[in-house]
Design a protein around this ligand. Sequence first.
Ligand SMILES: NC(=O)c1ccc[n+]([C@@H]2O[C@H](COP(=O)([O-])OP(=O)(O)OC[C@H]3O[C@@H](n4cnc5c(N)ncnc54)[C@H](OP(=O)(O)O)[C@@H]3O)[C@@H](O)[C@H]2O)c1
Length: 390
Amino acid sequence: MASNPGGKRRISILGATGSIGRSALRVVRHYSDLFDVVALSAHANVDLLAEQIREFRPRHVAVSDSAAATRLRALDPPCTVHTGEGCLDTVAGLNVDVVLCAMVGAVGLRPLLAAIEAGNRVAVANKEPFVMAGRLVMEHAKRHGVEVLPVDSEHNAIFQCIHGHDQARVQCIHLTASGGPFYGRRRDSLAGVTPEQATQHPTWDMGAKISVDSATLMNKGLEIVEAMWLFDLPPNRIDVVIHPQSTIHSLVEFTDGNILAHLGVTDMKFPILFALTYPERVESPMARLDLTRLKALTFAAPDFREFPCLAYARAAAETGGTAPAILNAANEVAVAAFCQGRIPFLAISEVVRGVMETCEAVQDPGLETIFAADADAREKAETLVTTRTV
Ligand SMILES: NC(=O)c1ccc[n+]([C@@H]2O[C@H](COP(=O)([O-])OP(=O)(O)OC[C@H]3O[C@@H](n4cnc5c(N)ncnc54)[C@H](OP(=O)(O)O)[C@@H]3O)[C@@H](O)[C@H]2O)c1
């Protein structure tokens, strides 16, 4: 793997101002002798990005909101500021050793492809592009000889458990889910849930969208699709199990019946560090799991009736084609509407169901077909949100 003359690993972080991006920069701060930050991106959080520029000295930044880019340029930062259409693809395509994809939502798909096209290894937290176009992403990576490293804690755990084993001997994988803040609650008790309550995750500290997805269990549904493509498994070999302690981050079951589990504390810096330093392992000062303080580790089957988003996502995974992209687009619109106070919590799953029922999936889609399905689903979801027919 190439690195700059100082021997440091050159990295770009897309979504630097988000929860994953900030955790990644904490890792970089600690290992300043290991990493050289080439590029960062943000959407609109110029204040934080300006601080990050001062500390990490990237040569390039992309700011996708043009008004925010104007504000940043007025500060005369010591780097090139990219903005406008394609600015994220431009920085993703700069030649580096690893691009950390940590933006939220479908917006990350084109930059992910651009990073791969440039031959950059990609460390992917941003799961929505995988849900939309996982097959195309993996084919693209194969074509360009690029390694795709999962950062999502479950997928990173699976990656570590499978590593060194014959992938053909994987019987199934068990994705663990905390159950979110409403685990054990009846659906009819969630009618008045506020965005503040839905974003209070019991075990992980994350951005708003993924927190709401965790509350509806859609997050675990998106992760089923993500795992299908990352580990080349059909959905019926990807199981979800509720594990409220979030100590086991996922498990791999092999054909001989042996099961390997990955354990750790709930801190995204671990999978980020793994992905940024892969294939090496470094010393880390981060707080470890104290096995003697662990109490019970419990597991339960998810309740698809009380949390229907998980069922919709599994159905989309089984249908394939553009179905996951349609599901993802509807969910992005519904979650944004919920966070803006435009629809109640329970309407998120209703919007997703409504869109899934009206959009027909196209099999073996190319990229443009996927983007068209995404746009159509967003429009239909927006109509459902606006007219509140759900
Ligand atoms: N957080 C976690 O612990 C975690 C764990 C596993 C997987 N993930 C996945 O990682 C991704 C990021 O999650 P997160 O929790 O870090 O999200 P987040 O805190 O909301 O951060 C999102 C980042 O994306 C940027 N962004 C937002 N909208 C954008 C747009 N339209 N164009 C370009 N950039 C945009 C934001 O910039 P501004 O700040 O300027 O708005 C921010 O840098 C998600 O796909 C999530 O599912 C997260």
